[in-house]
Design a protein. Structure first.
Length: 150
């Protein structure tokens, strides 16, 4: 019985010691090193612009999950100068999404990949852009659309 009381006492002290070592996780910003910052934007529906802020927005586009050479939309609308494109390619066919300006200059995009999602943030002036898949033959088969930045 005496050993049981001694073991319980040691375990109680150890538990108090571990709890005390945890310390206070709050810092001056109210966030810990492992916390993600809070966001107020919800994820947009595929092909739709989110409400975004005056400085930027996020749009989403996906490749056909069955492997067809097609995106799920041929028109995207964004607001602000910082535009994030979230591109999903769940198929085993490699795709990417690239953006070019009215003069045909590539202004950025994702890498070519299969089975996942990538995002790219671009700084774009208001205007009309073309988004497309740069894998040889895919754009020619119809994998392109219009991105309007307001």
């Amino acid at each position: 019985m005496r050993k049981l009381v001694l073991v319980l006492a040691v375990l109680s002290l150890a538990a108090v010691g571990v709890a005390a070592c945890g310390g206070d996780d709050d810092d001056d910003t109210g966030a810990t090193a492992t916390e993600e910052p809070a966001t107020t934007e919800e994820a947009p529906a595929e092909g739709d612009a989110s409400s975004g802020s005056a400085s930027g927005s996020e749009v989403a586009v996906a490749a056909d999950p069955g492997g067809a050479l097609a995106y799920d939309t041929d028109a995207l609308e964004a607001s602000g100068t910082n535009v994030t494109i979230a591109f999903t390619n769940e198929s085993s066919t490699p795709h990417d999404v690239r953006v070019e300006d009215a003069d045909g200059n590539d202004v950025g995009g994702t890498d070519i990949f299969t089975g996942g999602m990538e995002s790219v943030e671009l700084e774009l002036e208001p205007g009309e852009y073309t988004f497309f898949c740069s894998v040889p033959g895919h754009r020619e088969a119809g994998m392109e659309g219009r991105l309007t930045v307001e």
